[in-house]
Each structure stands twice: as structure tokens, then as C-alpha cells.
Design a protein around this ligand. Structure first.
Ligand code: ADP
Length: 297
């Protein structure tokens, strides 16, 4: 059996901007699956592109910390259906649910899983571009997997201009806030840094109310980048008339993240370096001494 005949759909699990997700069964194996039915009606080409990208990138990447794409089929209404592993939880729900106790070891384990998944994307030349807690799905064992590759793009086209309007605002790197059209995997690392901060704080670190406010609270919290630390920054399209805020000292960070060790703060600082060329890569982050000190993940 293959294609549509091999699946039955049951209850609706959720609905996103361009898809409805159902619980289903793969009849040949009796395996429980999630079926993401992409809405095609009423949408223009742009949204269909998201679905095509999602399929293309997920097919290329198999990794324990990336959601598994099991199959793809089209149904009687010509809708594209992605068959995915079922992942009932997500990091956003866990962080918001105050009845769940989160320890330092959980934060470390989750961060390690996120970084391993993102490292795998970058190693395969893929930028995720939309990392945020509700795109980090969880299985019942607490294993975290990166999902939603609808905005992902190929990294290895350095001369291709990209749109800077990517990554949900609160997780958006400064180069994107300044309107840069050439950027790298460093945008994903920044997003992981803000997620790390959010896991420790249990509240979003830089919750801007609109794009302009996002830029202001980012430089207030992390300092205004200047030509000294980031050559060329003043030529980016949205860099103008900025108030100069100092970068936070280690003592200030220690006050913000009271429970964090020095190694944790060093890693956070590394992932949130303003200059994307100096920002730590996933590989550098994975080699951080934070992952070598107690409690071990
Ligand atoms: P969109 O990309 O359009 O935002 P999502 O991928 O976010 O759509 O899916 C919408 C909702 O469906 C999610 O918030 C989640 O509740 C549910 N969902 C998505 N994928 C899965 C999955 N693999 N297993 C279980 N539930 C899922």
C-alpha cells in the first residue's frame, strides 16, 4: 500500500497558518502518525513554496533532533499531506505551564538537543530561519525536535539576497532588525540564544511589541553595536540615529539570570554577540564548557 490508501485520519491535533494537522494511522504498519494537510485553496504561490521547502528540507535531513518526515501524499482534493512523527508537546507549552518544574539539567538537555539539531541543519547547508519555542516539538520522553521548515533556506548561496523579514520578532537577530539582506547561520544561533535565555527566565527575553520596539529593546538589553565592534553595521538600511546603550557587564547578566553559572553566561554571551561574524557558531556553542560541568545532561 502506498499514498492516500495507506493512511486514515482521525482527530484534529492543531491548525497552523498554512496547514491543518490530524492524528492518523499508517495502515501498513499500524503506526500512529501526524498528518499535516497543507491548505492549497485560496493561497497564492508564496505559501505553496513553504510546503515545497518543508518537504525538500525534511527529506534531506534525518536526525534525532529534527522531526521525521515519514511520507508525502496527495489526497482526493489534491491537497499535499506530510506524514510526520507524532510529537504531542512543544517547548512553548512547557515553559508557559507553571505547574511543570524545570531544573537546570532540563534546560541544559534541551539546549543541547536544539543545538545538535541546528548544527545538523547548518552542516547540510540549511538555515532554519524560524526557531522559536513553539517550533521545538517534544515527544513524551522530553526529547526535543526541530519542526516547521516552511521558512528554511539554502545557506550555500552567499550572493543571493534574502529577505530580512524572517524569524518571529522576539527571536530575530540584530542583523535582521537592521535590515541586512545577506546573512548566515548566525541568525539561527541568535534565536537559540534567546530561547536559552527564555528557558532560564521562563518568560521571553526580548519581547518586542513591534519591529521598531524590537530593535530598541534589543540594543537596550545588549548594547548598541558600533563600527568598532561590528564594522559595516552603520551602513545597514535600518541603522540610523540610535541611542548608544552600553553592553551589559557580566555582573549585570548575573543579576538577570540569577541561577546561571559563569559557563552558562559565557555561552549565552557567545550566542548573542551582536556582530554576526563574531557570534559563536553551533559547533563552538556545542563545545562550551557549560555542557561539561555539573549537572551533566
Ligand atoms: P504551521 O506551520 O502552519 O504553523 P504547524 O506545523 O505549526 O503549522 O502545526 C499547527 C499545530 O498542529 C501545532 O501547533 C501543533 O499543535 C500541531 N502539530 C503540528 N505538528 C505536529 C506533530 N508532528 N505532532 C503533533 N502535533 C502537531
Amino acid at each position: 500500500m502506498s499514498g492516500i490508501d495507506n493512511y486514515s485520519k482521525s482527530k484534529k491535533l492543531g491548525e497552523g497558518t498554512y496547514a491543518v494537522v490530524y492524528l492518523g494511522t499508517q495502515l501498513s504498519t499500524n503506526r500512529e502518525v501526524a498528518i499535516k494537510e497543507i491548505k492549497t485553496e485560496g493561497f497564492k504561490d508564496g505559501l505553496d513554496m513553504s510546503a515545497i521547502r518543508e518537504v525538500k528540507y525534511l527529506q534531506e535531513m534525518k536526525h534525532p533532533n529534527i522531526i521525521e518526515l515519514i511520507d508525502v501524499f496527495s489526497d482526493s482534493k489534491q491537497n499535499l499531506n506530510l506524514v510526520l512523527e507524532v510529537l504531542p508537546g512543544d517547548l512553548e507549552k512547557v515553559l508557559r505551564d507553571k505547574s511543570i518544574v524545570i531544573g537546570g539539567i532540563d534546560v541544559k538537555r534541551w539546549l543541547l538537543m536544539i543545538l545538535r539539531g541546528v548544527y545538523h541543519c547548518h552542516k547540510n547547508g540549511i538555515l532554519h530561519r524560524d526557531l522559536k519555542p513553539n517550533n521545538l516539538l517534544m515527544d513524551p520522553m522530553g526529547n526535543l525536535k526541530i519542526a516547521d521548515f516552511g521558512l528554511a533556506r539554502n545557506l550555500n548561496q552567499p550572493y543571493e539576497k534574502l529577505t530580512s523579514n524572517v524569524v518571529t520578532r522576539w527571536y530575530r537577530a540584530p542583523e535582521l532588525l537592521f535590515g541586512a539582506r545577506y546573512y548566515t547561520g548566525a541568525v539561527d544561533v541568535w534565536a537559540v540564544g534567546t530561547i536559552f535565555a527564555e528557558m532560564m527566565l521562563r518568560t521571553p527575553y526580548l519581547p518586542g511589541s513591534d519591529d521598531a520596539n524590537q530593535l530598541v529593546i534589543t540594543i537596550q538589553a545588549l548594547g548598541t553595536p558600533t563600527e568598532d565592534i561590528w564594522p559595516g553595521v552603520s551602513h545597514l538600511p535600518l541603522y540610523n540615529n540610535l541611542t548608544v546603550y552600553p553592553a551589559p557587564t557580566r555582573g549585570e547578566l548575573r543579576r538577570r539570570f540569577a541561577a546561571a553559572s559563569d559557563a552558562a553566561l559565557e555561552l549565552l554571551e557567545g550566542m548573542m554577540i551582536m556582530n554576526p561574524g563574531k557570534r559563536w557558531t553551533c559547533e563552538e556553542a556545542l563545545l562550551s564548557r557549560y555542557f561539561l560541568e555539573e549537572p551533566l545532561p
